[in-house]
Write a protein that binds this ligand. Structure first.
Ligand SMILES: [Mg+2]
Length: 227
């Protein structure tokens, strides 16, 4: 018998390639505004976007504020005039058009499917995530999809995991959360009292997760190991 019966999987940077999605949406929304995309422009955006998310997670700014401010600041940095709200709307729509899958993700799900219930546990905007998952090669393997916006609560809140476990009728002792983010995925698993696998390609170590894996193949090995 596999070590776990229920596997909760994060979407972005675990199964789906968010960086590719972000790059593509940014490129298209810039081109729409007559600005050519290049590495430096991308870096400018990332340098604006990242601290705003950090401020949001510290509770200093709302999500709406973040969404508008990032494109206002970005336009200023590029020296162009653009409506930040409209730009953010275009960008979000374009995010939904790209569901690139990370190498090894389909193989991971294929390996787990005969042994485990598989559920996607993602923080995100419902419309974007649903569109990215539609016709996506990972979709047929998923027994359930839990999107924070639809539930009104997200990772790392214990309440989010409680609702997921109840919906799946899952035994917490036989459930594991797999994700790349220590703050949402791994801290969430701790809050919920379930095991976790931190998928990280860095050499960095953390005491928080139950296991650490630097490839998706290793994630499969940990989950499928005999108890
Ligand atoms: Mg992630």
């Amino acid at each position: 018998m596999a070590r776990y019966k229920t596997v909760l999987l994060d979407a972005d940077n675990t199964l789906l390639d968010f960086e590719a999605t972000e790059r593509q949406a940014l490129r298209r929304s810039l081109e729409q505004r007559g600005v050519p995309f290049n590495g430096q422009v991308l870096q400018t955006y990332l340098d604006i976007n990242r601290p705003l998310w950090a401020a949001h997670y510290r509770g200093e700014i709302s999500r709406d504020e973040l969404m508008t401010r990032r494109f206002g600041d970005f336009a200023k940095a590029l020296g162009i005039t653009a409506d930040p709200e409209e730009w953010n709307r275009d960008y979000l729509r374009m995010l939904g058009d790209c569901g690139d899958v990370l190498p090894g993700a389909v193989e991971l799900l294929q390996a787990l499917k005969p042994h485990c219930t598989l559920a996607l546990a993602t923080n995100g905007v419902s419309d974007i995530q649903r569109r990215r998952l539609k016709d996506n090669p990972v979709a047929p393997y998923l027994d359930a999809i839990f999107i924070s916006e639809e539930m009104g609560i997200g990772k790392p809140a214990k309440g989010y995991f409680d609702r997921v476990l109840t919906a799946l009728n899952a035994d917490p002792a036989a459930t594991v959360m797999v994700g790349d983010d220590l703050n949402s995925d791994i801290q969430g698993a701790i809050n919920a009292g379930i095991d976790s696998i931190w998928y990280s390609q860095t050499k960095e170590k953390s005491a928080l997760p139950t296991y650490q894996a630097n490839s998706l193949a290793q994630v499969a090995e940990i989950i499928l190991e005999e108890r």
